[in-house]
Write a protein that binds this ligand. Structure first.
Ligand SMILES: Cc1cc2nc3c(=O)[nH]c(=O)nc-3n(C[C@H](O)[C@H](O)[C@H](O)COP(=O)(O)OP(=O)(O)OC[C@H]3O[C@@H](n4cnc5c(N)ncnc54)[C@H](O)[C@@H]3O)c2cc1C
Length: 510
């Protein structure tokens, strides 16, 4: 990895938090030069996000980091919701594996950032500079120029993964309106906890809701809502923390890894960028952490934007970057609303709301599927886009008939996961004999990026039938999968030349 500021790169990334680092790994893995800068002199050695979902893990694995990631994860065993009398309101297990990774995994954010930084060291065309501020930028027809630590840097695309207080967002005049939601919570990461159960526990006490989440370092994270009139200064005093925890565990000063008061906010940027400059991660959306989705949404942004930035650096029309907002903004907004709703239902403040929750949960006892749907976050939107760079996905209000627009499931095959065969770029999947024959003989040399040919045997579904089912439904078509693992289109071999030619043209016409 280079250590000096290059004058020109394919992609400039501002902000070396998880979003920026994931995007940088994908761009460098695709062979493009990338400069990632952070104004902090060194990575923050403190945990913030502590839960990564299956989609997030799959994204990081797709940048060639599966083993390093696996080594720092502790798969979550589910969640339990407890009322103020200690009664269990609801409980869910870890859930099925659809995308190759457990649905929820605990991790330590400094370790994850270390893995992502180590990932960049694989490439001589990646540069990561700490302590370098990006102070301004200009767009011109062929790219952007940004001032990085006083040096002008040119790039084809700039990704502003600058966190909640993004200057680029302000410079583009983009508003980030929020809901009337802000709540202050104490977030405490503690060493040495007697409670080693790998279950996230939500104590829905209307007098003061609190949360206890397992961590990977043998401790737990505790979160307590601040009540009206309570101040951060007073609540962060050791005596106060000790008093809050007294019914739960003893506390010594050196048990505290960190304790902060953190404002839970729900906001989404009105636009996510323009031209060749795009916001990603917390710069584009802020969510209360009840659904554990803040960082995960940022990782999805990074995967979506990275391969499009790579194509633009290769001369594709920058208009394809607009599909990033078309695809990502609506699901990110849905995720913010989901987290707010979860907070309202499971963490009610005040007796009236608690009674409503209890009545709701009691009523749902007779309908376990519906209860799991709420408690188990089954209403977490499936990874499926309704707009963007897809062909033949059908109208947004039609029920989805196919995988087009959706994330491809990642079933277990006889010799590993499907993802192992997809590679880092595009992939064409064939299943029936006609499609396989076409794929074997097809000339894909005009395709503007690496494309893997994946021929699945007719009985491939047998190892993992449930996960494979939607793929099997496309067995008479060729499926084109994008680098972010979303199915771009599906077509019969007779239409292949025309469809692929059209996509190639759209990507390469600068
Ligand atoms: C207490 C807490 C608990 C959380 N729990 C969870 C959880 O369980 N699950 C989850 O998914 N999320 C959680 N989150 C949210 C998660 O931490 C954030 O969503 C995530 O860190 C955002 O990543 P990011 O890369 O978008 O931004 P950040 O991590 O904020 O990184 C942005 C970086 O950009 C740099 N920067 C900004 N402007 C410039 C500039 N002009 N020039 C150079 N550098 C610049 C900053 O120094 C910063 O390092 C939690 C957050 C907190 C605070």
């Amino acid at each position: 990895m280079r250590q000096d500021i290059p004058k020109s790169v394919d992609v400039l990334i501002v902000g070396a938090g998880p979003t920026g680092l994931v995007a940088a790994n994908h761009i460098a893995f695709a062979g493009k030069s990338v400069l990632i800068v952070d104004r902090n002199p060194a990575p923050l050695n403190l945990p913030r996000a502590i839960s990564i979902d299956d989609e997030g893990c799959r994204t990081i694995a797709a940048a060639g980091l599966a083993d390093l990631l696996q080594a720092i994860l502790r798969p979550g065993a589910g969640s339990r919701y407890v009322d103020e009398r200690g009664g269990i309101v609801g409980e869910v297990g870890p859930g099925p594996v659809e995308y190759g990774w457990p649905r929820r995994n605990n991790f330590h954010q400094p370790e994850l950032e270390h893995v992502l930084r180590a990932g960049l060291e694989r490439f001589s065309h990646a540069t990561l500079i700490d302590g370098a501020d990006m102070t301004g930028f200009e767009q011109f027809p062929g790219g952007i120029t940004a001032m990085v630590a006083g040096t002008p840097v040119q790039a084809a695309v700039m990704i502003a993964a600058e966190g909640a207080r993004s200057q680029t967002r302000d410079a583009l005049g983009i508003d980030m309106p929020g809901e009337a939601y802000p709540q202050d919570w104490i977030v405490m990461d503690l060493h040495r906890d007697a409670d080693q159960e790998p279950v996230s526990k939500f104590f829905c006490d209307p007098a003061r809701p609190w949360v206890s989440i397992p961590t990977t370092f043998g401790g737990r994270r505790y979160e307590f809502m601040l009540l009206p009139g309570e101040t951060a200064d007073e609540m962060l005093k050791f005596d106060t923390l000790q008093r809050l925890l007294a019914p739960i565990r003893p506390l010594a000063p050196d048990d505290i890894m960190r304790a902060v008061v953190y404002r839970f906010e729900a906001r989404i940027a009105e636009r996510w960028g323009e031209g060749r400059v795009w916001l990603a991660g917390d710069a584009a959306h802020l969510t209360p952490p009840f659904a554990g989705q803040g960082m995960n949404s940022g990782i999805r942004d990074a995967h979506n934007l990275a391969w499009k930035a790579v194509l633009v650096a290769d001369g594709a029309d920058p208009a394809i970057l607009e599909s990033y907002q078309a695809e990502r903004r609506a699901p990110a907004k849905a995720m913010v609303q989901l987290a707010v709703a979860m907070g309202e239902v499971v963490m009610p403040v005040g007796q009236g709301k608690a009674l409503f929750r209890d009545a709701l949960m009691l009523g749902l006892e007779r309908f376990p599927d519906a209860r799991d749907y709420i408690i188990g976050m089954r209403f977490k939107p499936k990874p499926r886009y309704t707009d963007g760079l897809f062909i033949g996905m059908g109208a947004p209000d039609e029920p989805p008939a196919s995988l087009i627009g959706a994330m491809l499931p990642n079933p277990k095959l006889a010799d590993g996961w499907l993802d192992d065969q997809l590679g880092p770029g595009f992939a064409l999947i064939a299943q029936n004999a006609t499609c396989r024959k076409w794929l074997e003989q097809a000339d894909l040399s005009a395709w503007p990026a690496p494309i893997a040919r994946v021929s699945l045997p007719v009985d491939a579904w047998k190892t993992d039938p449930e996960t494979f089912r939607p793929i099997h439904a496309h067995r008479d078509a060729l499926m084109l999968v994008r680098p972010d693992r979303y199915v771009m289109t599906a077509f019969g071999p007779e239409a292949a030349g025309e469809v692929l030619g059209e996509i190639c043209k759209a990507f390469t016409n600068a």
